[in-house]
Design a protein around this ligand. Sequence first.
Ligand SMILES: [Fe+2]
Ligand SMILES: [Fe+2]
Length: 387
Amino acid sequence: MPQVVDLGDLALDEGAHLLIKRALAVHEQIEVRGTAPTLGVDLPAWCRARGLRINIAFLPGVYILHRGPGRWDKAERAGSADAPSAHAEARWGLAARGALVEAGAPTLDLPLADRSAVWADEAARLYAQASAAQWDPATAIPWDAPVTHPPEVEDAIVQVMTYLIENETAALLVPARFLARLHPHFREVMQLLAIQAADEARHIEVFTRRARLRRTELGLSTAGGQASLATLFDEPDFAIASFLLSVLGEGSFLSLLWFLHEHAPDACTREVARLAAQDEARHVAFGLAHLARHVDEDPTLRERLAASIERRHSALAHTAGLNEEVFDALILLAAGSWEPAALRRGHAAVVELQKDMDEGRRSRLSRLGFDAAQAAALSQLHTRNFM
Ligand SMILES: [Fe+2]
Ligand SMILES: [Fe+2]
């Protein structure tokens, strides 16, 4: 005897379909009884639309329904909600990790779909940290702090900010392009890249605002500086791009931002540099974490990374590298005045900064398994534009 579902006088367009679906989820065949006057017309049409077979019994208001091949029979789980799969299928599309995906959903072009290439166990923790550490430029920066340094030192700050803005723009666009190609199965990495882009957007905002605090015009943007950033922008390989951008470029920028925090003559510049440096440390940490894992899983990667530095070095050999105006602006900013003794101090500080950047790069390269000699040689080949 089939399971009986008594609808009473509840019509199909009043919610009776819920009772039928609930019974069909458990039973192959059910007997539906109902007295709603529209049931004789609505129920056969409803069954046809769902591929269900319906027999009208000899008694009025009684129908036998058979469940056909179910719509979810060929559905597939998009991996496990707990942890990412080694490979994410294109047919899982945008489904939540662990969702049951109906067969026939559209496949999407999401080529970054292998765990070995994109994943780091640290992603979830770094994302949570980034969420908790978001700061509001309106209240976090002392925009009204006194500016007592000479006008030419202010010009130097504007030049440094102009340079920072174009580098931050590269740091936003490069991960954003990979974000759009990353399979969302790797949810934590997707979230981390998204919040990293938001960090860079904030850096662009605060550096622009600092540049325009006392000036209406911005400084210089050089062909050499932009050529260096273009090699990052054009890099199609995720591992190589994150290596050049996060490990080497943002790594070097950490030193630069802490230098500005230490040497800038006004509290506002010191604070924008400090807050940006805190964010950058997370960007560097993720780049290092997923590359360290990737290098472990793919022994050929380390050679490709080394080759990418050499390739970039030759591509940029004809350019001036760091523009002289930025270099000089850093000296003047650290000197704080035109006094010869102050300039000597400023110059020494910038020489120290370059040493600090080199040490940082060598130590990060060694964390990716390069030996000391390789790390030293590769660090020397890093772009003179810093990023
Ligand atoms: Fe940044
Ligand atoms: Fe960054």
